[in-house]
Design a protein around this ligand. Structure first.
Ligand SMILES: [Zn+2]
Length: 115
């Protein structure tokens, strides 16, 4: 990771979803490189968030191109088909704007007072 202003680079084991800032400048670090899985890994995808899934058995991250979890070794459930898998040719026609009855939502944004 690199500090934008100073160009100082550090290597750390980052956790997905976390934001890292430079210790001196307080700037948000930008990711400039990612490590690939080690050689023994059966996956050839970079160990990045977009290539990972969560094992349904042990809740550990596993590369998306694997069928068996590298952590617990069990067969994971198939990934539901999403972008990149299904052709976008069959798009359901959007229903014509039918006059929906204007019902005000009775939901109150404030949670009920607990005690
Ligand atoms: Zn697992």
């Amino acid at each position: 990771m690199r500090t934008p202003s100073t160009g100082r680079e550090i290597i750390l084991e980052a956790v997905a979803g976390e934001t890292y800032v430079d210790r001196d400048t307080g700037e948000e670090l930008e990711v400039v490189a990612r490590l690939l899985p080690l050689a023994p890994s059966p996956s050839n995808l970079p160990w990045a968030v977009e290539n990972l899934r969560v094992c349904n058995w042990c809740d550990q991250f596993a590369p998306r191109d694997l069928n068996d979890c590298p952590t617990c070794g069990r067969r994971m459930t198939p990934i539901p088909a999403d972008a990149g898998q299904t052709p976008a040719s069959q798009t359901a026609p959007v229903a014509a704007a039918e006059p929906a009855p204007a019902t005000p939502a009775p939901t109150d944004p404030t949670p009920p007072a607990a005690g």
